[in-house]
Design a protein around this ligand. Structure first.
Ligand code: FPP
Length: 259
């Protein structure tokens, strides 16, 4: 059997969706799964002498734009890095503002997300967030579970190291319980124990704001992903920028270690 980790030829899965929900203006060879590090909200606000929360609010508008644009471009899964496990180090007021925005956004957008066929999913330790947020996220997840126009995955309280530690612990527990032989653990087993196990392989990782690093985001999944960086600050990110990234991806030659 082909190793699903080594064989990423199924990377650009056709977008799932019922007839009539076809993307409006798809890019040929669009990535099946795009993951975005949404960076630059603070700098956007600072440049306008506004409080950081204003940058995050403008960032939410950019989230709305890319969620609408992704299926139109032919992207089937969109993962957004909304809150990292390291973001707890920010001042408590900013953490509380971000949590408030998330709750508010989910509440105000859920009807439209559901009506437009978006299926919501989460990665990271999102169940450790505030109880009222967890309840809202869980409701949204269940309500949209049968949708298929776009898989929208929000990384919340997510860190790639933390994700790998949890996966290792799970596998180790199975070894300890005698359900698994340590010598047979494969890359596919590890992949299956990660938070992203049920999603298509990540094809393209985008980071806004000119920073050129992955910041503990999808490190395992990045092994064969293409990377694309833009100086555009997240609150200015729109369909045109996503299209630019999508077209750049379509022009790249992916060899997955082969020739
Ligand atoms: C990075 O900007 C952005 C974040 C830490 C949070 C991203 C969150 C949102 C866009 C809003 C909530 C999300 C959803 C899905 C509703 P930064 O503050 O690090 O910017 P800086 O590097 O310029 O300071």
């Amino acid at each position: 059997m082909a190793d699903p980790v080594a064989d990423r030829s199924h990377a650009s899965l056709p977008m799932v969706g019922a007839a009539g929900l076809a993307p409006a203006d798809p890019v040929a060879g669009a990535p099946g799964h795009v993951a975005i590090i949404m960076d630059g909200n603070g700098r956007w606000a600072k440049a306008r002498r506004l409080p950081r929360i204003a940058g995050h609010r403008a960032g939410v508008e950019a989230v709305r734009r890319v969620v609408k644009a992704a299926p139109r471009l032919g992207i089937g899964t969109l993962t957004l890095y909304a809150f990292s496990s390291e973001n707890w180090r920010r001042p408590p007021e900013e953490v509380s503002d971000l949590m408030g925005l998330l709750l508010q956004h989910i509440r105000s957008e859920i009807d439209e997300l559901d009506e437009t066929g978006v299926r919501l999913g989460f990665i990271g330790e999102w169940r450790a967030l505030r109880a009222d947020i967890v309840a809202e996220l869980e409701r949204a997840r269940q309500r949209t579970a049968r949708n298929s126009k776009l898989n929208l995955v929000v990384a919340l309280n997510y860190g790639a190291h933390d994700e790998m530690v949890r996966a290792v612990r799970r596998l180790a527990a199975e070894v300890g319980a005698g359900q698994r032989d340590a010598s047979t653990i494969s890359a596919a087993d590890i992949e299956a124990a990660l938070d992203t196990a049920s999603f298509a392989p990540v094809d393209l990782i985008i980071r806004s704001s000119g920073e050129v690093r992955l910041s503990n985001f999808l490190l395992w999944q990045a092994a064969y992903a293409e990377l694309w960086f833009t100086p555009v600050l997240w609150p200015d990110f729109d369909e045109a920028v996503l299209r630019q990234a999508t077209e750049a991806f379509a022009r790249r030659e992916r060899r997955f270690g082969g020739r």
